[in-house]
Design a protein around this ligand. Structure first.
Ligand SMILES: Cc1ncc(COP(=O)(O)O)c(C=O)c1O
Length: 353
């Protein structure tokens, strides 16, 4: 099987497995485990923040960030396609008791005028804006990367009105690599940031929430509340340390394979994907509105040994990662092209001039 459903399918490297065997087994919930502390210090350093807290998932780090930033009833402003709004099962309201507003955006970037208009002060009978959250790289926007100038403008718009900012940076290193800079330059435009070591960085489990020492202290209490305090988490942290130390630079290879895939798909039909819009390791493919649904395409591809995720009725998501090489991309393009030709109602191939 060629598994292009997500970069979360990456298996730990030999160096990670070795480090897991040698890790400390302290009770992190009780005293703080030595290896977990080392990972948290490294994560904070990489993001240019004072402190970090290790948690089991990206969803939990986002939830804990919302709990720690936003008073009950406060409003969280995010781009309408944000993972927090669309894929985290309503924790923002159901658990954090916060209200939210999706701000329309383009390629994951909120419209700045609409964002500025939406920021509200706490009034006589209104809870004000409690938090503004960005996402980069942006999952539903096909791995799009927020430009640094946009991040800076969002941070300025929020902080000049006393509103904190959080970044869902599940794939922050993909965004940094695409921008040709380090993650710290992105995290400079936020009060808190979370990122995952479990995705393209190949560690088996784990995400980190980073911010000021006071914020992380508060976040640790909420982490405990939602059941995120782990006990002997040393081996997981050890793999995370190897991920941060050895796996960031190679993400560029995943972006290159994603480009190869996008170019191949565009050669089949240019309306499916614009390779210039593929900035990282996610390739969102728009399928014809008529004929098979994305779920049916995904089933047919699975029968040909290729696993992909439907991300809309007529859109598929392909994610490249460490286990996907050029040969896998070529096999995927062959299988896709064959299905395309067999498809009952293919669109006319566009004329090239
Ligand atoms: C942008 C974004 N944020 C958060 C998450 C959640 O991470 P987890 O699956 O570890 O909860 C994901 C997962 O794919 C994501 O893409």
């Amino acid at each position: 099987m060629i598994d292009l459903r997500s970069d979360t399918v990456t298996r730990p490297t030999e160096a990670m497995l070795e480090s897991m065997r040698e890790a400390s087994f302290g009770d992190d919930s009780r005293d703080g485990d030595e290896t977990v502390r080392a990972l948290e210090a490294l994560a904070a350093e990489r993001m240019g923040k004072e402190a970090a807290a290790f948690m089991p998932s990206g969803t939990m780090t986002n939830l804990v960030a919302i709990l720690a930033h936003t008073p009950r009833g406060g409003e969280v402003l995010l781009e309408a396609g944000a993972h927090i709004l669309n894929s985290e099962l309503g924790g923002i309201t159901g658990v954090a008791g916060a209200f939210y507003k999706g701000i329309p955006g383009r390629r994951g970037a909120m419209d700045l005028d609409r964002l500025t208009d939406a920021i509200r002060k706490t009034g006589r009978s209104a809870f004000g804006t409690g938090l503004v959250a960005m996402e980069t790289s942006h999952n539903r926007a096909g791995g799009a990367v927020l430009p640094l100038a946009h991040m800076e403008a969002v941070y300025r718009a929020a902080s000049s009105r006393g509103v904190p900012v959080h970044i869902d940076g599940a794939r922050i290193f993909n965004a940094a690599v695409a921008l040709g800079t380090d993650a710290q330059s992105l995290a400079a435009h936020t009060d808190s940031i979370c990122f995952c070591v479990s995705k393209g960085l190949s560690a088996p489990i784990g995400s980190l929430l980073c911010g000021s020492a006071a914020f992380i202290e508060r976040a640790r209490a909420f982490r405990r509340m939602v059941g995120g305090n782990m006990r002997q988490a040393g081996p997981l942290a050890a793999a995370g340390i190897v991920a941060l130390n050895t796996m960031v630079a190679r993400l560029r290879e995943d972006h290159t394979t994603a480009q190869r895939l996008a170019l191949g798909l565009a050669a089949i039909d240019a309306r499916m994907v614009d390779p210039a819009g593929v900035e990282t390791n996610l390739v969102k493919v728009e399928l014809p509105q008529e004929g098979r649904t994305a779920a049916q395409w995904s089933e047919s591809l699975a029968a040909a040994g290729i696993r992909v995720s439907p991300c809309d009725r007529h859109a598929l998501r392909f994610v490249t990662h460490r286990h996907i090489g050029d040969g896998d991309i070529d096999a995927t393009l062959n299988a896709f092209g064959k299905l395309w030709r067999e498809s009952a109602s293919p669109r006319e191939t566009p004329q090239r001039h």
